[in-house]
Design a protein around this ligand. Sequence first.
Ligand SMILES: CC(C)(COP(=O)(O)OP(=O)(O)OC[C@H]1O[C@@H](n2cnc3c(N)ncnc32)[C@H](O)[C@@H]1OP(=O)(O)O)[C@@H](O)C(=O)NCCC(=O)NCCS
Length: 154
Amino acid sequence: MSALLDNLPLYRRMTADDLDIVVAIENEVYPHPWTRGNFSDSLNAGYHCWIMELAGETVGYSVVMIAAGEAHLLNLSIAAAWQRRGLGREMLDFLVKFARDFLAHKIYLEVRPSNIAGRRLYAGAGFSEIAQRRGYYPAPPGREDAVIMELELK
Ligand SMILES: CC(C)(COP(=O)(O)OP(=O)(O)OC[C@H]1O[C@@H](n2cnc3c(N)ncnc32)[C@H](O)[C@@H]1OP(=O)(O)O)[C@@H](O)C(=O)NCCC(=O)NCCS
């Protein structure tokens, strides 16, 4: 983890009470953000929704679905003011361990080809690009493909 981090981050389960700050960060860091309803649906569906806190401040969050031994990373975001300090990698490592403890044998995700930060983050953690999904994301005008990345968990 980056030497810039003085405190260890703390992880806790997201609840409906977190949605104001989560949606605020989401709108700040994505050109095509999830809606409040997307997060509520994830909570209601029983997906694994995590808040990352640093000194009591919400600095990031993630959403993971695990089924049939496969973990699908649906969202991983770090607040703009906290980016580039090692927190994204820290949360990704936490999620990989969590998925492994949950007996998942692989973790996969979709990322926009234009999302250089995301692709480098995942590649740096050992994920491989295995396929593309055509027209997966809205990207006015038109659609943007998704790169599918996967990590085998041993
Ligand atoms: C992608 C994201 C989670 C990275 O979080 P972060 O805390 O800034 O990342 P870290 O500081 O842990 O960096 C880990 C690695 O990611 C890559 N990376 C992160 N930000 C980058 C940037 N702006 N440009 C290029 N590479 C970047 C680098 O490889 C970096 O390793 P390095 O510091 O050794 O070079 C963050 O930029 C974010 O929340 N973006 C908006 C949401 C998003 O796109 N999420 C991923 C969707 S699939």
